[in-house]
Write a protein that binds this ligand. Structure first.
Ligand code: HEM
Length: 483
């Protein structure tokens, strides 16, 4: 009897072992078979894990990612090539066709892929982490505030914010301000007060900036690290926002919402929460995400627009004429309206051309969710894809004489997916219209009220990993008498 049991368990163990070996052989065979079918794009994968990460970061630090990392590889391998960055096999894609293919196939073939620190600091409920229906729901809530009717309401609020900002930060600053830092403060109050409808308290911006400082840091939370400080700041912001959200939700439920709060983005999000479409954590994570998405991007776009105006006198003259025409129609102290903003056409060409040459975002990562076939190559499931703005903005196939500053190129319609500072497809920048208003109205107030010049005309741009002027772009100012 005992022998029978031992014999039975031995044959059972033998059976299990044989089954395990067989499945391992089948799996390896399947993987090898799958890999044999692949035709990967050309390129170098470099050493295990590290790949070409060092070269990538070295070029990034010098703000020469395109010139020193992407362009030499494009010259060698073409618009699509493989590499390995930070442990991940990655395909870098350039050109309008690739942009259209990867950006419009979000959720179907690829999904956005952010570094671990960004996800933890923005929160796993922010729109950048959402897919499919949940993403659509959040986009809908955000877009309501940025609809044509919503934007119309925002214009006088933005004018008011800019006037107050200039009065508070510029009029007592002798004759010099840091344009980049100043616009960061301003953008923050425009997003917080005009868009979200939350009053900015002293210290709020610096707490937010501590979060943003850790977004691209290594996710190592030891005391003193950037990420540790950022997580601590996020806890403080969460606490503050939770109180605001609960208080405002109560007001809305009791019908005590103020006139000027109606239609704000926070009200839209809270409306979604009251209807049970989203949860409190989603409201909080998305408020933090919106600040992150708007902050460095809009400020850099404004700084580069001013840099270009300063370097091109003919452009400055044309632009000034446009704003003086608008100003002539206004009485002193009267705010701009949406109708006025629609007339600011040339300045928008200047700003667009500045963002073509100096895109605030180099590109962003996606992750293949299935094996993808594109232009005869396979992008295996799980590999990363990095699309780049420079890959089309700096290509003479799409823009003649691409390094020349020429706002008139935007008189013509630009084909889709060629000009992509705001991305494209389902993840096209949700704040595009707000950024446009912020830039145009700010330029209007500055050029009509001040004579100004750059203190360092050749100021370097640094990347960390978003670009910024290394000295904060100080400008010299002197008030104009009303034209
Ligand atoms: C000049 C200023 C700006 C630039 C250049 C810019 C650029 C971009 C780009 C390239 C993306 C797509 C990222 C990707 O595909 O992975 C994006 C997404 C986004 N942007 Fe902007 N942005 C700007 C300003 C703003 C502002 C002012 C807001 C709102 C307050 C905003 C909110 C968003 C949001 C919510 C997303 C995520 C959209 C989604 O996942 O569906 N952005 N932005």
């Amino acid at each position: 009897m005992v022998m029978e049991i031992v014999g039975d368990s031995m044959s059972w163990a033998f059976f299990c072992l044989a089954a395990a070996i067989l499945s391992a052989i089948l799996l390896t065979h399947k993987r090898v078979h799958r890999q044999n079918k692949w035709k990967l794009p050309p390129g170098e994968m470099g050493l295990p894990w590290i790949g070409e990460t060092m070269e990538f970061f070295k070029a990034q630090r010098k703000n020469r990612m395109f010139e020193e990392f992407v362009q030499p590889r494009m010259a060698k391998y073409g618009k699509i090539f493989k590499t390995r960055l930070m442990g991940s096999p990655t395909i870098i894609v350039n050109g309008a066709e690739a942009n259209r293919f990867f950006l419009s196939n979000e959720f179907k073939l690829v999904k956005s892929s952010w570094p671990a620190a960004s996800v933890q600091l923005m929160g796993s409920n922010s729109i950048m982490e959402k897919q499919g229906d949940q993403h659509r729901c959040l986009r809908g809530l955000i877009s309501n505030t940025l609809s044509p009717a919503g934007l119309e309401v925002l214009v006088p609020k933005i004018c008011n914010s800019i006037e107050l900002h200039i009065e508070k930060h510029w009029n007592n600053s002798l004759d010099r301000v840091s344009l980049y830092h100043s616009t960061k403060v301003l953008t923050f109050s425009i997003v917080f007060e005009c868009l979200l409808g939350i009053k900015v308290e002293a210290g709020t911006l610096s707490t937010f900036e501590r979060i943003l400082d850790g977004v691209f840091a290594a996710p190592l939370a030891f005391p003193g690290s950037r990420f540790f400080k950022a997580k601590k700041a996020r806890k403080e912001v969460e606490k503050m926002l939770r109180e605001i959200v609960r208080d405002k939700k109560k007001k809305m439920e009791e019908g005590r919402e103020g006139e000027d709060e109606l239609g704000s983005l926070l009200s839209q999000l809270l409306g979604g929460m009251i209807r049970g479409e989203i949860r409190e954590e989603e409201v909080i994570d998305n408020v933090i995400l919106l600040v992150f998405a708007a902050h460095d991007t809009t400020s850099f776009a404004i700084a580069m627009t001013f840099k270009m105006i300063a370097q091109h006198a003919d452009c400055h003259n044309l632009l000034l004429r446009e704003h003086i025409e608008i100003m002539k129609q206004k009485t002193e102290g009267e705010s701009l309206t949406m109708e006025d903003v629609k007339k600011i056409k040339y300045t928008w060409q200047v700003a667009r051309e500045s963002m073509r040459l100096f895109p605030p975002i180099f590109g962003s990562f996606r992750k293949a969710i299935v094996d993808i076939e594109f232009q005869g190559f396979t992008i295996p499931r799980g590999w990363k894809v990095l699309w780049t703005t420079h890959g089309t903005h700096y290509n003479d196939e799409y823009f003649e004489d691409p390094l020349k500053f020429d706002p008139s190129r935007f008189e013509e319609t630009i084909p889709p997916y060629v000009y992509i500072p705001f991305g494209g497809g389902p993840r096209l920048c949700a704040g595009y219209q707000l950024a446009k208003l912020n830039i145009l109205i700010f330029v209007h107030y500055v050029v009509t009220r001040y004579d100004w010049s750059l203190i360092y005309p050749d100021e370097q741009i640094t990347m960390d990993p978003l670009p910024f002027p290394s000295h904060g772009m100080p400008i010299k100012l002197s008030p104009k008498s009303r034209v």
